[in-house]
Design a protein around this ligand. Structure first.
Ligand SMILES: NC(=O)c1ccc[n+]([C@@H]2O[C@H](COP(=O)([O-])OP(=O)(O)OC[C@H]3O[C@@H](n4cnc5c(N)ncnc54)[C@H](OP(=O)(O)O)[C@@H]3O)[C@@H](O)[C@H]2O)c1
Length: 274
């Protein structure tokens, strides 16, 4: 679908680079069709060497002739970059933004044109092709634009489509979610160490357990509660641990984490709208 499309990645840092890697590995388009931009010359050379893409320091050169422009600078840089690009992008180009908290309306307004904009909220596991990304269409974007954006993010993991009103909640759930699970993994490691397992071994066991449990949920399609009940032997170890987790409020704590991160994302979105 992206074959022969020219793609500019403005701000090829962690996320931009993950998308370039995904698109190149999945052969969505030839590396020569991708142009990355960022300011560091050293990092630009590395992008050329690793992926065989064009890499330039000038954002305006990067977007010239592109069919799709991926915006991947930090939200704080969005105002400067959008005003720099406003005279260079046209309504014919699809804008795909991963910038957290920047709405499709804000992007179109700052670009000063009725551009099709697809906004995405990916997460860091995109770096290892296991990302979870939600995409939404702005006012001027259609089904074809969503399909193009979906193809890009599918190269680095799962993609869902939601209305833009859900993007702050997505930020609270899957955007910030890896952090919650790093803390879960870290705590499980400490539990193992406390009970006498060497730390390096505990780390391997804890991470693989979280990975394996997620894989089982995804591959069996079973509700997590069913999987939990299936391994809970009457009078056994798991039911004792479940009792402790319930008593200490594991579920409430995680629900609260998603709620509070969502609220913070809403606050930041309001700030960036100015
Ligand atoms: N990482 C995540 O998990 C994640 C998840 C969801 C959304 N996002 C979004 O993805 C975006 C990028 O995040 P990141 O983690 O990839 O940050 P990052 O690694 O800092 O990447 C941003 C890149 O932008 C470049 N840059 C800064 N100013 C620029 C300019 N004026 N023109 C061109 N390039 C410029 C920087 O490189 P130079 O300093 O060399 O210019 C930097 O490498 C953010 O908007 C973030 O909200 C990230």
């Amino acid at each position: 679908m992206l074959e022969d499309k020219k793609i500019a990645v403005v701000g090829a840092g962690h996320m931009g680079r993950a998308l370039i890697g995904g698109m190149v590995r999945a052969k969505l388009t030839a590396p020569k069709n991708i142009t990355a931009s960022r300011r560091s010359e050293e990092a630009l050379s590395e992008l050329r060497r690793l992926f065989g893409v064009h890499a330039v320091a000038d954002n305006r050169k990067a977007v010239a002739g592109a069919d799709i422009v991926i915006l991947a600078v930090k939200p704080q840089m969005s105002g400067a970059v959008l005003s720099e690009l406003s005279s260079r992008v046209s309504k014919k180009q699809l804008i795909v933004s991963v910038m957290a908290g920047i709405t499709t309306e804000t992007i179109a307004r700052k670009l000063k044109k009725a551009c099709p904009v697809v906004r995405a909220m990916p997460n860091t596991p995109c770096l290892v092709d296991a990302g979870a990304t939600a995409i939404c269409a702005g006012r001027y974007a259609g089904e074809r634009d969503l399909a193009l954006a979906e193809a890009i993010f599918k190269s680095v993991g799962l993609v869902v489509t939601l209305p833009e009103s859900a993007m702050d909640a997505v930020t609270g759930l899957s955007g910030s979610g890896p952090v919650y699970l790093y803390m879960v993994i870290e705590a499980m490691i400490d539990g193992g160490v406390k009970m006498g397992i060497p730390r390096a071994v505990a780390a391997k066991l804890a991470a693989q357990t979280v990975f394996g449990a997620a894989k089982l949920v995804i591959e069996t399609g079973k509700h997590p509660a069913i999987l939990k009940d299936e391994v809970t032997t009457p009078g056994g170890t798991a039911i004792n641990a479940i009792h402790t987790l319930e008593a200490k409020g594991l579920r409430s704590v995680l629900i609260d984490a998603v709620v509070t991160a969502t609220q913070r994302s809403q606050e930041l979105s309001r700030l960036y709208a100015d």
